[in-house]
Design a protein around this ligand. Structure first.
Ligand code: GRF
Length: 190
């Protein structure tokens, strides 16, 4: 069974969905460790509850990205990680991890990339007036949400939709779509 490291910075609803998919046997992989860059992130309690080991660090205590990524890399090697799954990790991945895990780092982004990369993709979509947005799962490269696209799913923005309405639609898609695509990647079945 392939071993996953999930990277998250915040709420962790996607982390929770991945844990759920493993428990329900829809995702045949092990979530071996949660990597978190925020000591106050709600995802930490979710990992504890699920019995997933956590490596949490404060980036401000390091002189550079290379320094904290070296520590992350030690963890990934310790847990023999096959695939890195970013799920709301609010940070660009640096060369240390990109070179150690070529084509083995994926991300989920709440827009149909290449539209609306970066922060508040949902707000960007609403403000731009588009009627369709969605979710992109992609490989991670050194850019901001620029790596090769693996899969996408669309949702519609209705006239009266608020930010939280759109966010709820996006999350609903994400929570089944991410486990589904990761299952394909880890089992090689299409
Ligand atoms: C998700 O919408 C994901 O697309 C984006 O960050 C959000 C994380 O939400 N990259 P959560 O922490 O998984 O609830």
């Amino acid at each position: 069974m392939k071993r996953l490291a999930v990277f998250a910075s915040g709420t962790g609803s996607n982390f929770q969905a991945l844990v759920g998919a493993v428990t329900s046997n829809d995702l045949h992989a092990e979530i071996s460790v949660l990597i978190c860059d925020n000591l106050h992130a709600p995802v930490l309690a979710k990992a504890k509850q699920a019995g997933v080991p956590v490596f949490v660090f404060n980036p401000k205590e390091f002189a550079s990205k290379a320094e904290f990524e070296a520590l992350i890399l030690e963890q990934l090697q310790f847990y023999k990680i096959d695939l890195i799954v970013l799920a709301g990790y609010m940070r660009l991945v640096g060369t240390t991890l990109l070179e150690a895990y070529p084509n083995k780092i994926i991300n989920i982004h709440p827009s149909l990339l290449p539209a609306f990369p970066g922060k508040d993709a949902i707000g960007q979509a609403i403000r731009s007036g588009v009627k369709v947005t969605g979710v992109t799962i992609h490989y991670v490269d050194k850019g901001m949400d620029t790596g090769p696209i693996i899969a996408q799913k669309a949702i519609t923005i209705e006239k009266d939709d608020t930010h939280s309405d759109v966010e709820a639609k996006i999350h609903q898609v994400e929570h089944s779509f991410y486990p589904e695509i990761i299952e394909i990647l880890v089992t090689g079945k299409d």
